[in-house]
Every structure is written in structure tokens, then in C-alpha cells.
Write a protein that binds this ligand. Structure first.
Ligand code: ASP
Length: 295
């Protein structure tokens, strides 16, 4: 009989060949639960492994903002008992998911920007700045796509007029995230999310990944993580919609698949979910690396 499950993803649009990174992360989480840890610790450890992988858009692999210098990350963790911690637009830390975990032990649920960074320092997280080769390459691609007008939503946007970086606009001119859901042998459920955002991004932009009910949700019936264009996910409160379907008794694969259809096809979206019935589901309208392990 299945006692525990960890399901991980590497972001909608991620190369399925990166499955090994998702598997490693799931293994880290499952091992912890087999040793007695709960689902919350398991998803945090799994998300941490994915942040450290460097091939995903989270932690060490996070995308650059439009100035080619700034990295701002969002992360969140929640479990079925209602423990919730999140950080938004945090800079200068290696593992935003660990800072999100620390937020659980405060009276707040979400810290952002400079305050989140200073909180991390107080909690002993060292300054970290690293731009991965992946992020540099992605940045070059994005600059080209923007100048060609290839990006829906950015085509008619006055980027120059809205530029909010220190580096000058004239000096500059060229999506995937990670997530984990788990259930432990006691039936506790948890979700963890972490992202460098969805390029292209202005400074200060916050996506769905750290917003409850949008990029993630966990409750007694299940745990859900979503990936894709954050603005579209936020407008539809996607994670809560999936959760409510699961809570209403819909099979998990069907709930994930069903909610994909509320998005136009040109919006990349991915969903992973797990239920208190020890069922899991994965749905994406693009390629997506993911892995599941049961113990
Ligand atoms: N949802 C993330 C964001 O919009 C990006 C992603 O999932 O790839 O920040």
C-alpha cells in the first residue's frame, strides 16, 4: 500500500530530458518522509534540490529581469494544516523556498522585496548572487523576441516609457519554474513552489507562484502547484479551482486536465496535484519535465 508520494515538476515548457532533476528532487523528499519527516519538510527539500539544480528557472537557475542584471524570485510553501509562508521578489538568497519556510514561523504569510531579503539575513541566510549560463542565454533570446515584437502582450507595450531599472533602457537593447506536492504516511499534504518569474519582467513584478490559491494551494483534500504565465494564473485563481474540484470528489487527473481548458492555447500552463486519496495528476499544454515517486 502506498504510504507516501512526492510529485515534482520543472516548469511548463521545460525539456522532458530534465526529468532526472525532478526525479532526484522527488527522491530527496520521499527519503525524508520514509525517515519520519512530514510532507512539509519533504516538499521544501524537493524544491530546494530543484532550486540548486541550475537548469530550472528557480534558485540558482533563475531568469534575469529586463535589465540583464536583476534576479527577483518568488517562493511559497503551504500544508494541509494551514501552515503558510511565502516570499515575493526576493533578491540575494540561494534558496527562496527556505526563506518562505521561515516565514511560517512569523505572524505573517508573505514578505516581499528588501524586507524579505533583510529577514533572510536575520535568519542566517548568506548573500548569494549568481547568474546561471541558462539565465544569460534566455535573456538574450528574450531581448531578440521583444525587439522583433514576437511576444504577445509585450508587442504594443511601451517598454521604454515604463522602464524602472537603474541601468538605462538604451544600454540594454534582447518560463519555467519548479514545484513539488507530497503526501506523507499520516496523510498530511503539502506544496512548495519556487520561481525566477516569467520573462520578460519589469522590476518588482510578482507572479502567481507565491500567491495562495493562484500558484499553489494545500488543504485537507489535496495539494496543488501550477506553472505558466503568472498573470493569467492569478486572474483565474487556478490552484484553488483545481483544489475545489478535487475536494468535490473529481479524480485528480481529470481535475487537472479540466482546468487546463479554461486557458487559451497560446498561454503555457502546467498543473500538478495530489489528493488525500493518494491519487495524483499532471496536466500541461506544453512539454514539461516532471517525476513521481511512491513509497
Ligand atoms: N508562474 C511563474 C510566474 O509567472 C512562471 C512559470 O511557472 O514558469 O512567475
Amino acid at each position: 500500500m502506498t504510504r507516501a508520494i512526492v510529485l515534482t515538476h520543472g516548469g511548463v515548457g521545460s525539456d522532458p530530458d530534465l526529468k532526472d532533476g525532478c526525479e532526484l528532487a522527488a527522491r530527496v523528499g520521499l527519503k525524508l518522509m520514509m525517515e519520519g519527516a512530514g510532507a512539509l519538510e519533504a516538499v521544501v527539500a524537493a524544491a530546494c534540490a530543484l532550486e540548486d539544480d541550475g537548469r530550472f528557472n528557480a534558485g540558482s537557475g533563475s531568469s534575469l529581469r529586463l535589465d540583464g542584471k536583476t534576479i527577483e524570485m518568488d517562493a511559497a510553501v503551504m500544508d494541509s494544516s494551514g501552515r503558510l509562508g511565502a516570499v515575493a521578489a526576493i533578491e540575494g538568497v540561494k534558496n527562496p523556498i527556505l526563506v518562505a519556510r521561515e516565514v511560517i514561523d512569523t505572524p505573517h504569510v508573505l514578505l516581499c522585496g528588501q524586507g524579505a531579503r533583510e529577514f533572510a539575513r536575520k535568519r542566517g541566510f548568506k548573500e548569494f548572487s549568481w547568474v546561471s549560463p541558462r539565465a544569460k542565454a534566455r535573456y538574450e533570446e528574450i531581448k531578440v523576441a521583444i525587439s522583433r515584437g514576437d511576444l504577445p502582450g509585450w508587442k504594443d507595450f511601451d517598454l521604454k516609457g515604463n522602464w524602472n531599472f537603474q541601468v538605462q533602457y538604451s544600454e540594454v537593447f534582447p518560463s519555467d519554474t519548479i514545484g513539488a506536492v507530497a503526501i506523507d504516511p499520516k496523510g498530511n499534504l503539502a506544496v512548495a513552489n519556487s520561481t525566477g518569474g516569467a520573462s520578460p519582467m519589469l522590476k518588482g513584478r510578482v507572479g502567481d507562484s507565491c500567491l495562495i490559491g493562484c500558484g499553489f494551494y494545500a488543504g485537507p483534500s489535496g495539494a496543488v502547484a501550477t506553472t505558466g504565465i503568472g498573470e493569467e494564473i492569478i486572474k483565474r485563481t487556478l490552484a484553488k479551482l483545481v483544489y475545489d474540484r478535487i475536494a468535490g470528489g473529481m479524480p485528480v487527473p481529470e481535475a487537472c486536465q479540466d482546468l487546463l481548458t479554461i486557458f487559451p492555447k497560446d498561454i503555457p500552463i502546467g498543473i500538478i496535484a495530489i489528493s488525500s486519496r493518494y491519487e495524483y495528476g499532471v496536466a500541461a499544454n506544453r512539454e514539461m519535465a516532471w517525476a513521481v515517486l511512491e513509497g
